[in-house]
Design a protein around this ligand. Structure first.
Ligand code: SF4
Ligand code: SF4
Length: 658
């Protein structure tokens, strides 16, 4: 039992712990406001699922289980000791069950800690960087558990025969101490020594938490609670008419919101984001883990200066913009915004938002961006497409087909608008997909129309590279057109248009039902309105587009469509679903030259080649273009074809491409 004398040490520990915590929390408070306190029940459920049950952590099984067992080994005894020492005495039967549970937990946690040390310091996966405090933290927990077990063994050995204990490991140790022939008084003395060591190790570890990477015990659950509950595809809205705003985008660390600063402190440096980053995997100078930790190190230097200046009522000393000083320009611009880092981060850190926020400052305030984007911005401004092709040519593909155009439909009823998008309108390869989808719509007798020359870019290419001003102009133009025609339902074959129209236009006051063609096709196959009669006996693999899968969770529909095609031999790549690698076309890269490292589309094609396909299927114009380019680059046009799913459906309905 705890003695009065010990209360003093507990008190000191709590003082140090609270002081340290306050020091850490104060760092986040230099950030902007961000309301993350809505839907608290959903947030707490997320904590249970992610923090306690380790759902996402367990996605990477081996380190995930190690972490889960160490977590249980650290937390459960702590809670049990608190209850038994300070709250109430438990009945004998419950004590027996608890001692058995604690025994098993302690053993499992010790084995896990040894495995963690082996993994970190012997096998050394490249994604882990080892600092001294990682080792200290592992050793502290290991010694706490070991001294606890030894103490239990000594206690049982001194008591001799303990009717309450049901503790195989403790009893085995007691047996060992009995065999040593030590006097009972010696064992009691040793028990007292081990109790003291154990006690001070526990207190020392608690006091150490705010000053070490053990702080993630606090910051990670908080980060899970306050994670974004917005649809995944949304970037934060920038009020460009805010007269009080001194600048737009992020140039200083204190311009991030408190949640973004908490993100930095929640990073455990596990490296999962880096392992799944297409830029990192193709030797570009970007690691999402490094971005977060460079920002974190900067926060720890800059925040005390800001706090000190504010305490004196002064402005903090000017700091150079983050991009260029803390984050290199190449790091910032090589991100494809594929979101793989975010979907693999066990503590829900929001990498892409930070990267785009820093891009916003570079573009809007400094006019600094990769030179290829100058043409893209110009093209979007003048002709509402990234190549700057004549706006009149947007509807050229329509001419030979029966495609109703909205402006000629006055008075006629339509069920939906088919929003074609720039790539599917202008790019020759992708125009074939548009034609295939139109044929399917006509075959189904859907009352649809397109906007033709009235359609403009959805704005995604501008928004992802930080040109929020241009994005909002493009979006407002489309919104005006949609409103004029009273559009209630939009079909699109482009996941980027889909994401922007569905998730981001509501920030600008427009919302309606937006359906991606894979969902539409799946539904019509399911209700048998589309009959896929013709067999396509080809080895086929499916590539998940980032903006369809990770951004919008549409993984099943494309696969269900492919399964409905007779004789199609479907093969999954190792990196598929949530683990799918980006094609390299997102985040503006469709229009930029990839000069550093290996090209991402080549890497992705090589992923596909591992399953020996004849066909690659996808559901995004960016992916079609990037694969088409990679196939040509590898001189494989005779052996391998890239298809959009709409084309495969067309082939299976009509037998040949009509
Ligand atoms: S969004 Fe994709 S490319 Fe960008 S940092 Fe994350 S994983 Fe890397
Ligand atoms: S950002 Fe997330 S995934 Fe990346 S190292 Fe930190 S905790 Fe791990």
């Amino acid at each position: 039992m705890i003695k009065a004398f010990d209360i003093f040490f507990i008190f000191i520990t709590l003082v140090v712990f609270s002081w340290g915590m306050n020091k850490r929390f104060r760092l986040w408070r230099i950030g902007r406001d961000d309301n993350r306190s809505d839907r608290m029940w959903v947030r707490l459920k997320s904590l249970l699922k992610e923090g306690i049950a380790h759902r996402r952590i367990l996605q990477d099984r081996y380190p995930g289980f190690i972490h889960l067992l160490v977590f249980i080994g650290f937390m459960v005894p702590f809670i049990v000791i608190l209850i038994t020492q300070f709250v109430f005495t438990l009945p004998v039967s419950i004590s027996r069950i608890i001692s058995l549970t604690l025994d098993i937990i302690a053993l499992a946690a010790i084995v896990s800690l040894l495995l963690a040390i082996y993994r970190r310091y012997i096998t050394r996966p490249s994604r882990l960087d080892n600092r001294a405090d990682d080792f200290v933290a592992l050793l502290l927990i290991l010694f706490i558990l070991l001294t606890g077990l030894i103490l239990e063994g000594l206690r049982l050995s001194v008591i001799g025969r303990d009717t309450q204990a049901l503790a195989p490991a403790g009893k085995a140790l007691a047996y060992f101490f009995n065999m040593t022939g030590l006097e009972t008084a010696t064992k009691s003395f040793l028990a007292m020594i081990f109790f003291r060591i154990h006690f001070f190790l526990v207190l020392g570890t608690i006091a150490y938490i705010p000053f070490s990477n053990l702080f993630h015990i606090i910051s990670s659950p908080l980060n899970m609670i306050y994670r974004s509950l917005e649809p995944k595809g949304i970037l934060s809205h920038l009020d460009l008419e805010d007269e009080k705003a001194e600048s737009f985008g992020i140039a200083k660390i204190e311009e991030f919101s408190w949640k973004h600063l908490m993100d930095l402190d929640a990073c455990m440096r596990c490296g999962r984001c880096q392992d799944h980053c297409p830029a990192y995997l193709t030797e570009k100078p970007l690691s999402p883990k490094k971005v977060i930790n460079d920002l974190k190190n900067h926060l720890h230097v800059r925040a005390p200066q800001v706090i000190k200046a504010k305490a004196k009522g002064a402005d903090p000393e000017e700091a150079p913009p983050l991009t260029g000083s803390v984050i290199k320009e190449d790091e910032l611009w090589t991100c494809t915004t594929c979101r793989s880092c975010m979907d693999h981060c066990p503590v829900f850190i929001e990498h892409v938002d930070k990267i785009v926020d820093m891009r916003r400052y570079q573009v809007l305030m400094e006019s600094k961006f990769p030179q290829e984007l100058t043409q893209v911005f110009k093209g979007l401004e003048t002709n509402s497409n990234p190549w700057g092709l004549g706006r009149d040519a947007r509807g050229d593909w329509i001419r030979e087909l029966e495609v109703p155009v909205m402006s000629e439909m006055s008075g006629k009823d339509i069920d939906c608008l088919f929003f074609v998008g720039c790539i599917r309108s202008f790019d020759d390869r992708n125009k074939k997909v548009t034609e295939a989808f139109v044929k399917i719509l006509n075959h189904l007798g859907v009352k649809f129309a397109v906007l033709g020359v009235e359609e403009g870019c959805c704005g995604d290419p501008a928004r992802r590279v930080g040109n929020e001003y241009l994005y909002q102009i493009l979006a407002q133009n489309n919104i005006e057109t949609f409103s004029r025609y009273n559009i209630k339902r939009i079909l699109t074959t482009c996941p980027h248009c889909y994401n922007t129209l569905k998730n981001e236009y509501p920030q600008l006051g427009f919302s309606c039902e937006v359906v991606h063609h894979t969902e539409f096709l799946k539904e019509n196959i399911r209700n048998k309105r589309l009959k896929l009669d013709h067999a396509l006996a080809k080895r086929t693999t499916y590539h998940d587009p980032c903006y369809l899968g990770r951004y919008n969770g549409i993984y099943k529909s494309p696969r269900q469509i492919l399964k409905s095609i007779p004789s199609l031999d479907i093969r999954e790549m190792k990196r598929s679903g949530i683990d799918s690698l980006c094609c390299g076309g997102g985040g503006g890269w469709m229009w930029m030259e990839e000069n550093i490292g290996k090209r991402i589309n080549i890497q992705r094609l090589e992923d596909a080649l591992t399953v020996d396909p004849e066909w690659i299927a996808t559901a995004c114009p960016f992916c079609v273009t990037m694969f088409d380019d990679a196939i040509k680059n590898k001189d494989m046009e005779d052996k391998l074809k890239i298809w959009d799913i709409a084309e495969l459906v067309e082939l299976s309905i009509f037998g040949v491409k009509k």
